[in-house]
Write a protein that binds this ligand. Structure first.
Ligand SMILES: C[S@@+](CC[C@H](N)C(=O)[O-])C[C@H]1O[C@@H](n2cnc3c(N)ncnc32)[C@H](O)[C@@H]1O
Length: 205
């Protein structure tokens, strides 16, 4: 569902062969594998998650990509074997205790002049037939709305920021995803999924 915002971000950044990256809160590894394909055999992608089951899922999914390395770590304690060109997270900060602590920990693993890219939702801005969606289970359900100023507070230079939201109606992936997210079956209603805010920020040189 959120592949398009990911593709937009990676294109704008110009991620390419040989980049060193970390995907934090990697889950089952959708982003880490996409990054692995982009950076190729000469690059490296660390897929980090606090949940050991996620590490196993990424390791299995990425078995053919030697450049993807799955690690179990909390973002707050993030420490990598090398400085990376890009630290990325998606749908992570809405769950952590203190998002600024998490962003600072990511930034600390990036080389001077390298990138921190974050994609987080504004869940209350999603709509089912015009009615607002809510996600009360998340710690920071609207963290996406705070990202541009937050990265500056974390000592990063904001290069670009925007929001994208997949939308649809009737059967199809948007409806299935919404049902998974909210357990509300929207039938034929118009659905606008929570917009994902992307920030591209740089660690000062
Ligand atoms: C909603 S999933 C997102 C998965 C993936 N980033 C994506 O966009 O498809 C959130 C992931 O963050 C992980 N997570 C939650 N708190 C974390 C923390 N403090 N440090 C590292 N990972 C964490 C969870 O285990 C889970 O796999």
């Amino acid at each position: 569902m959120y592949r398009r915002p990911l593709a937009t971000a990676l294109e704008r950044l110009g991620v390419g062969e040989g980049w060193r990256c970390v995907d934090v809160g990697a889950g089952t590894g959708d982003v880490a594998i996409e990054l692995g394909l982009t950076v190729g055999r000469t690059g490296r992608v660390y897929a980090v998650d606090v949940d050991p089951a996620a590490r196993d899922a990424v390791a299995e999914a990425a078995a053919v990509y030697a450049q993807v390395i799955a690690l179990t770590q909390a973002v707050e304690d993030l420490i990598l074997p090398e400085a990376v060109d890009l630290a990325f997270c998606r749908f992570l900060l809405l769950h952590v205790l203190d998002p600024e602590v998490a962003v600072k920990a990511m930034a600390a693993q990036v080389r001077a002049g390298g990138w921190v890219v974050i994609q987080e939702p504004i869940t209350s801005a999603g709509r089912i037939d015009g009615e607002a969606l809510s996600m009360p289970g998340a710690r920071h359900p609207d963290i996406g709305a705070m990202l541009p100023s937050m990265v500056r507070r974390c000592g990063l230079e904001l290069e670009d920021a925007w929001a994208e939201a997949p939308a649809g109606s009737g059967p199809g992936p948007v409806r299935d995803y919404l049902f998974e997210l909210s357990e509300v079956d929207p039938n034929e209603a118009s659905i606008v999924l929570p917009p994902l805010v992307t920030v591209l920020a740089r660690r000062p040189s």
